[in-house]
Structures are given as C-alpha cells and as structure tokens.
Design a binder for this molecule. Structure first.
Ligand SMILES: Nc1ncnc2c1ncn2[C@@H]1O[C@H](COP(=O)(O)OP(=O)(O)O)[C@@H](O)[C@H]1O
Ligand SMILES: [Mg+2]
Length: 250
C-alpha cells in the first residue's frame, strides 16, 4: 500500500469527527472517497495532509509510520492535497505558481540565480504530460478557467514529486466540458503511477474514474468496494444508510 491509516480518531471537543477510521490507497490507484455532508471526508483528508493531527491511530506512508505536524511534513512524504480553493496565486504566472517556493537556481559567480529557461522548460513538460492547455505559461493564473487552474495545481503537485494526490471536489464548480478535462487529468496521473484520492459528490464521475470506492458515514469508513463490482445504487444506499434501515427491518 502507498498509504494506510488505521484506527484514526479525531475529536473536536465533544464531537468525534473520525471514529476509528481505517483507510488505504494502493499503488497507481484512484480511490474515491464518498459520504454525506458531515460524514468526515474533509477531516479525513486534512489528517492525511498534515492539517490535523489525529488523537489516536496510526498512519503509514510507503510502509513507514509517519506523524505529520504540518502540511509541509505531508508534502515531504509525497502527499499533495489540492483543495477546492486551490491555493494558487492569481496574480502570478503559470511558471511562478508551479515553482513557488521551489525555484530552480543555478550558481553564477558563486551566487544562486533563478534558472528561468529550466523552469519554463519543465513547466511546458508538465503541462504536456497532463495535456493541460493554457493561453501561455506567462499568463496570470487568475485569467484562466477553473479546469485550467486545476491543471496548474496538479502540475505543481507533480513538480513536487507527489506520490499521492488528494483532490477535494475538483469538479464541483466546473462546466461540463471542463469536468471531462479534470477527470482526464486523474486518469493521466494514475497512468504515471501516481495514486489519487478523489472526493466527489458526483457518483457518475466516481464510477467513471475510480478503481475503488470508500464510503464514510457518521465519522466511520463503513465500506470499501471495487468500482467494477458495485453499482451506483449500492453506493448511494451505503451513503444514505438505506442498508441499515433494511437490516433493521428484517
Ligand atoms: N474544525 C472543526 N471544529 C469542529 N468541528 C468540526 C471541524 N471540522 C469538522 N467538524 C465537524 O466534524 C464533522 C465532519 O465534518 P467534515 O469532515 O467537514 O465532513 P464532510 O467533509 O464529509 O462534509 C461535522 O460534524 C463537522 O461539523
Ligand atoms: Mg467536506
């Protein structure tokens, strides 16, 4: 497993947001994470990405136990999270965003200078790998569409050598044609040997790109299914708890 958490508990005061959650992601796998509002999905990915520290439980990345104290720790272990708000700098170019904080430098007369040609070349390669089309790598990110920005955010994650990329509702605010594009990015990431955690309310999108589906309900991970061995009906039943009602009635 690339990633594995076991027995994770996260409390906020008297509320238990994560109640002994087990969750794993395999190599080159798209793992969808679904559940109703308040089920604990965002809390789970914040725990994976170092934004929250769990109260109990164990996290392993590539087999090693890790304890993230900050998002930087998670980055260093190869976990990149792309939040809905994306955290790109609007008034900066594509190249600047991809290299923000990781500029390529080359010493000249013993002084490190920014190696702009190298950064531009690498940006073009990354965008090409993902098939992201932007007006120009020198355009400001704020002038771009939601799908293009998702592409830039993913390119940045690839540039940071992420092994596991977490995407929280990446298609929620997009037009139909852009949704296609972002789902295509997800498939391309898997083809490059990356693992992806995809949070989505859109069951159709989930069935289109995921290998497995984890279902959260009331702070627990209640089911994991192989996508090709389940149905949207079963997943919706697990999300809403319809199966519990049936079990209680029989
Ligand atoms: N920072 C926080 N402080 C207090 N309660 C929180 C916090 N974050 C989430 N919660 C609570 O934890 C539960 C799970 O929330 P969340 O992880 O956002 O669910 P989801 O993303 O599945 O909608 C909810 O009851 C929510 O109100
Ligand atoms: Mg959420």
């Amino acid at each position: 497993m690339v990633f594995k958490m076991s027995g994770i508990v996260k409390r906020f005061g008297g509320l238990t947001a994560l109640n002994h959650v087990d969750f794993e992601v395999a190599d080159s796998e798209v793992m969808a994470l679904v559940g109703d509002n308040g089920a604990g999905k965002s809390t789970l990915i914040k725990t994976m990405s170092g934004a929250h520290t769990p109260d109990e439980g164990e996290i392993r990345m590539l087999g090693e136990i890790v304890r993230f104290r900050s998002p930087q720790d998670a980055w260093q272990s190869g976990i990149a999270t792309i939040y809905q708000e994306l955290a790109l700098a609007g008034k900066m170019t594509v190249v600047d965003n991809i290299f923000l904080g990781r500029e390529i430098k080359r010493p000249r007369f013993g002084i490190p200078f920014l190696d702009l040609p190298a950064m531009r070349k690498r940006t073009a390669e990354l965008l090409d790998q993902l098939d992201v089309h932007v007006p120009s790598i020198d355009s400001w990110v704020e002038s771009m569409s939601g799908g293009q920005r998702q592409g830039v955010a993913i390119a940045r994650a690839l540039n940071m050598d992420a092994r596991l990329i977490i995407m929280d509702e990446p298609t929620a605010a997009l037009a139909v044609a852009e949704v296609r594009k972002v789902l295509d990015f997800v498939v391309r990431l898997r083809r490059q040997g990356k693992s992806v955690v995809l949070i989505s309310h859109n069951i159709q999108d989930v069935f289109e790109v995921s290998d497995r589906i984890s279902v959260m309900r009331h702070g627990r991970c209640i089911a994991v299914r192989e996508t090709r061995k389940t149905t949207p009906q079963e997943i919706i039943g697990l999300i809403t708890g319809a199966h519990e009602v049936r079990a209680a009635a029989s």
